[in-house]
Design a protein around this ligand. Structure first.
Ligand code: FPP
Length: 242
C-alpha cells in the first residue's frame, strides 16, 4: 500500500446540518443526506485546487447508530453508492480513498465496497480522502493506548509512536496526520468526538451554512481564512515561523 501522503494541508470537516436543511424545506431528513452526498462530490473535486492534500470527512459517528434504523440504513446505502460510483472519477483525479473507523459493525456490502474503493484508488497522489464511518476518537485513543508498550518514556518520540499506533488502530494506514483546519457546518460549535488527538493544534472554523448548501466557494473562503491566521503552536510568533 502506498503510504506517501499528498502534499498540502489537512482539512477535516464535520458535515452537519443535512437534517435541518431538509426539514426546513418540508422534506424528510433523508433528503438532506442525499443532497449532502452531492456536496461531498463537489467538495472533493474542489479540495486539491485549494491546496488540500488530505481531506477527512465525518460521515457517521459511533453514536449515530442510535438514530432511527431507516435513517441508518439509508446512510449505509448512500456511503456504498458513493464509493461505487466515485471510484473511476477518483482514479482519474488522483484521489486515494481511505475509510477510517471501526469495521466490525459495518454491513457486508458496504465493507466490500470499501475494500474495492481503497484498492482501486491506492495509487492516488493528489488527494487523500479519508471518510470516517463508525468513528469515535475516544474509542480509537483507548484502543491505541491499550497497545502502548509499557515503560514508554515521556517526550516527542513517544508522542510520534503513539500517533502511529492511533492511525494504525483505526485508519489502517500507519500514517498519522495532524489536522490543520477543522471545519464544522450547520452552526454548532463542538468537536463531537472527531479526531481529538489530531486536532490538538487545528484551527477551528464554524459556519452556519448547512452541509447541503456548503459550496466550493465556502471551502476556499475557509482555507483563505486559515492561511490568514497566525499559528503559534504554543510558542512565540518568530519561533513558530522558524
Ligand atoms: C450530520 O447531519 C450528518 C450525518 C450524520 C451524515 C453525513 C452524511 C452525508 C453528508 C451523506 C453522504 C456522505 C458521504 C461520505 C457520501 P445531521 O443530519 O445530523 O443534521 P442535523 O443536525 O441538521 O440533524
Amino acid at each position: 500500500m502506498n503510504q506517501t501522503i499528498p502534499r498540502g494541508i489537512h482539512v477535516a470537516i464535520i458535515m452537519d446540518g443535512n437534517g435541518r436543511w431538509a426539514t426546513g424545506r418540508g422534506q424528510l431528513r433523508t433528503a438532506g443526506h442525499i443532497a449532502g452526498a452531492r456536496t461531498v462530490r463537489r467538495i472533493v473535486e474542489t479540495a486539491p485546487g485549494c491546496g488540500i492534500g488530505t481531506l477527512t470527512l465525518y460521515a457517521f459517528s459511533a453514536d449515530n447508530w442510535r438514530r432511527p434504523s431507516r435513517e441508518v440504513a439509508l446512510l449505509m446505502r448512500l456511503f456504498r453508492r458513493y464509493l461505487v460510483s466515485e471510484v473511476a472519477r477518483c482514479v482519474t483525479n488522483g484521489v486515494r480513498m481511505r475509510i477510517i473507523g471501526r469495521r466490525d459493525r459495518i454491513p457486508a456490502e458496504l465493507l466490500r465496497a470499501i475494500t474495492n474503493a481503497e484498492h482501486a484508488t491506492r495509487d492516488g497522489r493528489k488527494l487523500e480522502l479519508r471518510i470516517a464511518v463508525d468513528y469515535s476518537s475516544r474509542d480509537a485513543i483507548m484502543r491505541a493506548a491499550a497497545k502502548l508498550p509499557a515503560g514508554m518514556p515521556d517526550g516527542d518520540r513517544s508522542r510520534h509512536a503513539f500517533a502511529r499506533l492511533l492511525s494504525s488502530v483505526d485508519h489502517g494506514i500507519g500514517e498519522s496526520r495532524d489536522v490543520d483546519l477543522l471545519i464544522r457546518t450547520g452552526g454548532e460549535q463542538r468537536l463531537s468526538d472527531f479526531l481529538l488527538w489530531e486536532c490538538a493544534y487545528a484551527e477551528l472554523y464554524f459556519t452556519r451554512r448547512m452541509w447541503p448548501e456548503f459550496a466550493p466557494a465556502d471551502l476556499s473562503t475557509a482555507v483563505e481564512e486559515f492561511h490568514a491566521r497566525e499559528r503559534r503552536f504554543g510558542t512565540v510568533p518568530e519561533a513558530a515561523a522558524g
